[in-house]
Write a protein that binds this ligand. Structure first.
Ligand code: PLP
Length: 230
């Protein structure tokens, strides 16, 4: 099932790229495996997936130990400062940096572990009260401050769009994030390859047509999540 789902998602990404005149090679598919057992991650791995997304530090660390070493782990959920130390040398990217306090802790742990950590600033574009993320206005100032810290490398922006029935409703959110990315480029070391992490199972095709370079797909690959089990 996972293999077939992956093929469908990849086909949909390719179709969205075609529509937008983009090269599918610009889009990284992150398989969001939160709540799913390692056997399912291995199945995805065998089908070629190397980018996995997890929300919780403990779950990421547990799965990290059980999966092959060439997996690229993306921390996509809210991160508490006291947990940074457990993952700073394990993740390929932290998508959810939304405060200077958190960025400072990542920086100091990165220096301690002698690594550089790629991060994205999470922006609450739709200004939903229930969501994490800096405001759009705050993102540029945050980028400016974070860019001064050692051991931390801002690669771009991430957003979690609202839950909507019609994915077209989120197009404006993706357009807004993509515009905001232009404003933060002066604070990026690599300002030619700005990362835009946007789009989930429900709306990744729309996100790709608006410039997403990372889509985070869980349900569309692994099926519905059962939160009752954890
Ligand atoms: C769970 C989650 C996803 C994946 O959601 P699906 O709708 O299952 O694709 C993507 N991004 C974040 C931040 C998530 O927490």
């Amino acid at each position: 099932m996972i293999k077939e789902n992956l093929e469908t998602v990849k086909k949909n990404i390719a179709a969205a790229c075609e529509k937008a005149g983009r090269d599918p090679g610009e889009v990284t598919l992150i398989a969001v495996s939160k709540t799913k057992p390692v056997e399912m991650l291995k199945e995805a791995y065998d089908a070629g997936v190397r980018d996995f997304g997890e929300n919780r530090v403990q779950e990421l660390v547990e799965k990290y130990d059980q999966m092959p070493g060439d997996v690229r782990w993306h921390l996509i959920g809210h991160l508490q400062t006291n947990k940074v130390k457990y993952i700073v040398d394990k993740v390929c990217m932290i998508h959810s940096v939304d405060s200077l306090k958190l960025a400072k802790e990542i920086s100091s742990q990165a220096v301690k572990h002698n690594v550089t950590v790629d991060i994205l600033l999470e922006v609450n574009v739709a200004e939903e009260e229930t969501k994490f993320g800096t405001s759009s206005e705050g993102a540029v100032e945050l980028a400016k401050e974070v860019s001064k810290l050692p051991g931390i490398n801002i690669r771009g922006l991430m957003t979690v769009a609202p839950y909507v029935v019609d994915p077209e409703e989120n197009r404006q959110v993706f357009v807004a994030l993509s515009k905001l990315a232009v404003d933060i480029t002066p604070f990026l070391r690599d300002n030619h390859n700005v990362v835009l992490s946007m789009g989930m199972s429900n709306d990744y095709q729309v996100a790709v047509t608006e410039g997403a370079t990372c889509v985070r797909v869980g349900t569309g690959i692994f099926g519905e999540r059962d939160y009752g089990k954890i």
